[in-house]
Ligand binder design. Sequence first.
Ligand SMILES: *[C@@H]1O[C@H](CO)[C@@H](O)[C@H](O)[C@H]1NC(C)=O
Ligand SMILES: *[C@@H]1O[C@H](CO)[C@@H](O)[C@H](O)[C@H]1NC(C)=O
Length: 401
Amino acid sequence: MANHPLVALTTFMIMVVFVAAVCFTGATARTYNVKSLGARADGKTDSTKAFMAAWNSACGSVNAATVYVPQGRYIVGGLMFNGPCKNGAIMVRIDGTLVAPSNYFVLGNSQFWLRFYGVQGVTILGGTLDAQGSGLWACKASKSKNCPAGATSLGIYNSNNVLVYGVTSLNSQLFHMVVAGCRNVRVVGANVVAPWNSPNTDGIHVQQSTGVTILNSKFSTGDDCVSIGSGSNNLWIEGVSCGPGHGISIGSLGNRLIEQGVRNVTVKRTTFKGTDNGLRIKAWAKPSNGFVDNILFQDAIMTNVKNPILIDQNYCPSRTNCPRQGSGVKITNVRYQNVRGISATKVAVRFDCSKINPCRGITMQDVNLTFKNKRSSSAASAYCVNAAGRSSGVMKPTSCL
Ligand SMILES: *[C@@H]1O[C@H](CO)[C@@H](O)[C@H](O)[C@H]1NC(C)=O
Ligand SMILES: *[C@@H]1O[C@H](CO)[C@@H](O)[C@H](O)[C@H]1NC(C)=O
């Protein structure tokens, strides 16, 4: 991965931006080492205050600044990295591991473990975030009524020009990462790991954001590897592997009547292994003004994926509030190019679109999916309801458009 030209280019760009920022301000970046500020790398002592002190100094600095976390394990509670800052070039360089308190009531319902809010020009470089989610998952599995919702490990909110580079996220309580209300956020070389049965541990959830890029990253988790919510525009996902997990999902959309749409999403060079879904678009069977337009899924390899290609506009879990309603979400211009591999169920391609807003402009080019699981192996099939479009090139299963 490190040798990939895009990664090399990005690394180079970080350096250029950082050096440029330092040169413009005419000063060397100040470094705030959490250890010098009282953090203990012993995996036992709460170091929250030292981390906040380092951030507050870096954010308050008029020159470029670095928060530095040396090797070792640091217990930290909720860290709110709030802007605006006095400079636009902050580096958070992590050589160590941040560990969430094992008592999940400490973060409880606080929504976030680490959150960047209202910042501009921040790079988070390296490190491991270990949220120790297993206690909370067990609580939820026991159906106890006293389990808190839990916290997303890393939230980037209302921020611009943020780079998250080479970060490992382990066992989040809730989502691993959320990008919301942002412009120009790049996540490169992320490594997300949680068990296949851990609840709501989505890899990255994006919403209300423009110009988010997710590059060369690996997701093994218990929910969607990447989930794309309303108001996502100009999203680029490339070089992502997913599995275990629930795939890359646009949606769920259309749960609300008034909702921003999803436009211009590119998902290319992806691999899916043993996932519930591959490339999925999902909308509630309810009235909504939402939409999905201009989506490209290109070069995907499926290995034992239950639903490699799926549009489901009849999402209505527990069959309450929406039985027999049509989805208001308009799905147009979705392209699938060079999708191949093995489906773990017979229906490898399923377009189950809205009866009041049929899917329009679906194009498929060079799709080659075969059906194989432990019990049988035969030709895969495709299923279309209220879906229109065209296909060309290799088409296995035979197109139903
Ligand atoms: C679509 O998004 C990409 C980035 O993902 C951007 O480069 C391109 O300009 C966008 N296209 C339009 C028409 O906005
Ligand atoms: C489709 O995939 C199968 C199995 O991977 C392969 O044997 C076959 O040659 C492919 N067909 C085409 C037309 O590419």
